[in-house]
Design a protein around this ligand. Structure first.
Ligand code: SF4
Length: 243
């Protein structure tokens, strides 16, 4: 019973966090929904790279090759040349070509449409077998694309906020955080709500709850956050009395 109450409480807290961030940072978007293969390509080249750099590389790929089939059939060196400004461009060029080839071999054409009929869990598992595809890229392929499936994207900014809010432990990976948070999300949230939630929490992590210096005094979640200085000093006080 105690566990259930705890889960209900965390669901209500996530809904409140969403409401407050919408008020403080929103509205965001609307965002363009790419077709699933394009979204997968965007995710594959975007890891550990600033958004504007990966977007420019994606557009350059489209312009240079004209189709994802042409990228699949190109030499790795040519792909590398086009995406050279993204981080780990050499590895990403190899994985991108491999991934596009595997999709073609498995599905008979360069399409992910067969994922449409799978559950979110099945589709995530299918995508995560592709080279370079982890939970973040797989969830983005399902949620940001025209599939619009209910999969929460969690990136490193989002994960840092979840850790500081103590929804997940310090050592949780992106995949563990996904497995922990998904069952806690309000049941009536649509795929679009999940997309908005990710964008809001990510923006908080980029602007206020930064890696090196969280600006808790400016944070809309300060009174909800166990990592805020105010909460920490009240913890210290309680600890002092119990001794
Ligand atoms: S209160 Fe501070 S630590 Fe907590 S989420 Fe906001 S900025 Fe991050």
């Amino acid at each position: 019973m105690q566990l259930l109450l705890e889960i209900d409480d965390r669901t209500a807290k996530l809904a409140e966090i969403h409401r407050r961030l919408q008020e403080a940072l929103g509205p965001l978007g609307p965002f363009l929904c790419l077709d699933p293969v394009s979204q997968l390509v965007m995710g594959l080249i975007g890891g550990k790279t600033r958004g504007e750099v990966s977007k420019a590389a994606f557009e350059k790929l489209q312009k240079h090759f004209g189709s994802w089939e042409a990228v699949r059939d190109a030499e790795v060196t040519e792909i590398h040349k086009v995406i050279c400004r993204v981080t780990f461009a050499d590895v990403k060029a190899i994985r991108l070509k491999q991934t596009l080839k595997i999709i073609t071999q498995t599905n008979g054409c360069l399409s992910l449409e067969r994922l449409e009929e799978l559950t979110v869990e099945e589709a995530l598992a299918w995508l995560e077998r592709l080279p370079g595809v982890g939970r973040k890229v797989a969830a983005a392929t399902l949620n940001f694309s025209t599939f619009r499936k209910a999969a929460l994207v969690i990136d490193t900014h989002h994960l840092r906020v979840l850790r500081r809010l103590r929804f997940v432990g310090e050592q949780y990976t992106l995949t563990q955080a996904y497995d922990c948070i998904m069952p806690l999300l309000p049941a009536d949230w649509s795929a679009g709500d999940l997309d908005d939630h990710h964008e809001l929490v990510k923006l908080l992590g980029q602007t206020v709850c930064r890696y090196d210096a969280p600006d808790c005094g400016l944070c809309a979640l300060e009174d909800l956050c166990p990592s805020a200085p105010q909460a920490r000093s009240s913890d210290d006080h309680l600890l002092g009395r119990s001794i």
